[in-house]
Design a protein around this ligand. Structure first.
Ligand SMILES: [Mg+2]
Length: 278
């Protein structure tokens, strides 16, 4: 057998295409949507610190979280506005502690809570490197959050997140909330990007990941706590990461192109590419 070098013909060495069937191609990606609370901003830690500052106790987070879930569900169902919800949530929380104040006292407690909370917001350490990577990869970015407009825009601005996003969708402004598909589709429409070329990433399995999946988007569940704590399991079709540092590799492995690397602004560090697409 003669293995001497010879001119190769691309036409002769290419594998034949399967007759009557298009070869499978992974999907394209143009837009990444990210939830904010407990996805980008460590809200749980901030609220824990605030509750401690207000009450001197460290054991009240589970109660606050439970009451919050119940009240946010009423907002999502369209039965309460955000301002009323904030007041009633605090009223309910104080009542659980045996404190039955009048409306002015509840409002004063809520105002003090907000004041302390506003000084407690922190980004998770993996947020800025991930956002810089996504921007450098040429992707468009949107923040998609179930919160009221004023407070959420204030957090986004104060933490330096605003320049990363092409669009910010806030439930209190849009008039619907995740997991309503209208919330996800409003973002796709605003940025002229079809759902099938969009991925949403968030910490809530039901409202973020499953909601996005049901709306026809790619869905990534950010499970920072690990499933061993929550007992939740992502259904088939929903991808899971335990930190945003895992997101670039997931996107590179799941999508044909993550976009063309965009020109970087002066002073912006280069993205770390964890796959072979660039
Ligand atoms: Mg969240």
């Amino acid at each position: 057998m003669d293995f001497a070098p010879a001119a190769l013909s691309r036409a002769r060495t290419a594998p034949p295409a399967a007759a009557g069937r298009e070869p499978w191609a992974p999907p394209e990606l143009s837009l990444v949507c990210l939830d904010i609370d407990d996805t980008l901003i460590d809200c749980t830690a901030a609220i824990r610190r605030t509750l401690h500052a207000l009450t001197g106790r460290d054991d009240l987070w589970p109660l606050w979280d439970l009451i919050t879930e119940e009240h946010v569900a009423l907002v999502v169902a369209g039965k309460l506005g955000y301002d009323v919800m904030h007041h009633r949530r605090t009223e309910c929380f104080l009542a659980e502690l045996g404190i039955f104040g009048d409306s002015a006292q509840v409002s004063a407690f809520e105002a003090r809570r907000r004041e302390i909370l506003a000084r407690s917001w922190r980004l998770f350490d993996d947020v800025v490197p991930c956002l810089e990577w996504l921007r450098a990869a040429g992707l468009r970015l949107a923040a998609v959050t179930n919160a009221s407009g004023v407070h959420q825009r204030q957090k986004i601005a104060e933490l330096g997140l605003a320049p990363f996003f092409d669009h910010v969708a806030i439930a209190g402004e849009v008039g619907v909330a995740k997991p309503d598909p209208v919330m996800f589709h409003s973002v796709c429409l605003a940025l002229d990007c079809p759902p099938e070329r969009t991925v949403h990433v968030g910490d809530k399995l039901d409202t973020d990941a499953i909601g996005a999946f049901d709306a026809g988007l790619g869905a990534v569940w950010l499970d920072r706590d690990g499933t061993s704590r929550t007992g939740e399991r992502a259904p088939e079709g929903v991808r899971t990461v335990t930190g945003l540092d895992e997101l670039p590799e997931l996107l590179v492995s799941e999508y044909a192109t993550v976009g063309v690397p965009a020109p970087r602004a002066a002073g912006t560090p280069a993205a770390t590419v964890s796959g072979g697409m660039f």
